[in-house]
Design a protein around this ligand. Structure first.
Ligand code: NI
Length: 175
């Protein structure tokens, strides 16, 4: 397995719409293994393929608490088929917007159809953190990140902070 470089804002790639996967094969599974490894290493609870530079409709998610066994979930070509009228707010973060967080309101529950790691069709009814996480990651597939829900002023402040965070990190490595 390999750790892949993570794309961060304001990279224009993050604004692109990802394409459906047409075949779930060993090559794709290897890529998904690498996505998962990259997400665990970051560490994060969700990652979309575009965040590691591939415009494919794939998500990996693991919301298991730290003191429980890992529970990786793979979503290929996910489609939201239903969302609840009830909303929920979570303080969201994103590996493409490191160290920045904001309260984002979304439907509290959703139903999603997708292909799993083996390419088999699945459907789930997601609630709580999983519902939020799936919707956040699915936004990535459509070129949307959570700061797009904020005001223009806040958004540019977040992007500035990320640029500084990346620059400071690069300077630390040089020393
Ligand atoms: Ni994200």
């Amino acid at each position: 397995m390999a750790i892949l470089p993570i794309v961060t804002v304001p990279d224009p790639l993050l604004k692109k719409v990802s394409k459906p996967v047409d075949k779930v094969d060993d090559k794709l599974r290897k890529f998904m293994d690498n996505m998962l490894e990259t997400m665990y290493d970051a560490p994060g609870i969700g990652l979309a393929a575009v965040q590691v530079g591939k415009l494919l409709r794939i998500l990996v998610i693991d919301i298991a608490p730290d003191d429980e066994d890992p529970n990786p979930q793979y979503f290929i070509n996910p489609e939201i088929t239903w969302t609840s009228e009830d909303l929920a707010t979570y303080n969201e973060g994103c590996l493409s917007i490191p160290e920045q967080y904001a309260d984002i309101e979304r439907p509290a529950e959703c139903k999603v159809t997708y292909l799993d790691y083996n390419g088999d069709a699945q459907e789930i009814h997601a609630t709580e953190l999983l519902a939020t996480c799936i919707q956040h990651e699915m936004d990535h597939l459509n070129g949307v990140v959570f700061i797009d829900y904020l005001s223009k002023i806040k958004r540019s402040m977040y992007v500035r902070k990320v640029k500084k965070f990346i620059k400071d990190g690069a300077e630390e490595k040089k020393e």
